[in-house]
Ligand binder design. Structure first.
Ligand code: HEC
Ligand code: HEC
Length: 222
């Protein structure tokens, strides 16, 4: 019987990791469209045309979604192209030299919207990452990025009880680059233990297999 359960967990984990089709604008969809509901709503609506996606975005604005006109254009373009009735264009051929990942750039794209450009956070809503010792809590920061976080936390005397959506759609290498960036950005290197080694993409791949819930990640916070 054990193998049946094992197989099921494997399939469930891979469906989760698969997420949305990759394409320009997908990061914005992950950042903006799973704050109120999970992405299954979008996946279930796949195949509708541009006008229907446009109307869907309008409806979300009615529920409280805020977008700049620029963000709205990018999201609509993504949904119409990758979640529309026609198959998306073939992925661009991989450039011969793999692009060097820039953790700072990834942070600006995926995280700064909530945690702010200098990692200062927003009091009561988004915890600061600048001067935050939890970043050196073993695997915890990588787990937060992979699986999200839910539960009360306290950072340097500041209490927050919110939820962070998972960013498991990022690659293992991207997540490693972000964690390594955060551990030295904004003077955070001062908090680092002496024997700190950079986290590797291979280690992130191992952590990904745990398939934790945001509440379980909270239990891993020391
Ligand atoms: C401010 C909260 C909020 C945000 C942000 C949000 N949604 Fe929704 N979404 C909702 C609510 C509420 C429903 C309706 C749930 C229901 O009817 O059961 C919904 C439902 C949906 C549905 C299911 C079809 C429907 O209309 O019921 C789709 C598709 C959808 N959202 C797409 C998106 C997309 C795309 C984004 C990002 C551009 C997004 N949502 C962001 C609140 C939000
Ligand atoms: C939609 C807003 C949002 C985005 C985008 C976001 N976060 Fe968060 N993040 C939060 C919230 C809210 C919390 C606190 C959750 C709680 O109270 O349990 C949090 C918590 C964290 C924590 C744990 C801090 C602690 O002291 O325990 C880390 C680490 C973190 N985020 C890193 C990131 C990184 C890296 C990214 C980009 C890949 C990112 N976040 C993107 C909202 C966000």
């Amino acid at each position: 019987m054990g193998w049946v359960l094992g197989l099921f967990l494997l399939v469930a984990a891979s469906a989760l990791a698969e997420g949305l089709p990759k394409g320009p604008g997908v990061d914005l969809v992950y950042a903006k469209c799973q704050t109120c509901h999970d992405l299954q709503y979008l996946i279930d609506s796949k195949g509708v045309d541009r006008a229907t996606w446009q109307a869907e975005i309008e409806a979300m604005k009615g529920y409280g979604l805020t977008l700049t006109p620029e963000e709205e254009k990018k999201i609509l373009e993504y949904l119409a192209t990758y979640m529309g009735p026609n198959p998306p264009p073939a992925a661009p051929a991989q450039a011969s030299a793999p692009e060097k990942l820039d953790g700072g750039k990834l942070y600006a794209q995926d995280c700064a919207g909530c945690h702010q450009a200098q990692g200062q956070g927003v009091p009561g809503a988004f915890p600061p990452l600048a001067g935050n010792p939890a970043l050196f809590n073993d695997d915890y920061p990588a787990l937060v990025i992979l699986f999200g976080l839910q539960g009360p936390i306290e950072v340097n005397g500041q209490k927050i009880n919110g939820a962070m959506p998972p960013f498991g759609h990022l690659s293992d290498a991207e997540i490693a680059a972000i964690v390594n960036y955060l551990r030295q950005a904004w003077g955070n290197a001062k908090l680092a233990p002496k024997d700190l080694k950079p986290i590797t993409p291979e280690h992130v791949a191992e952590l990904r297999k745990q398939a934790l819930t945001p509440a379980k990640v909270h239990e891993r916070r020391k």
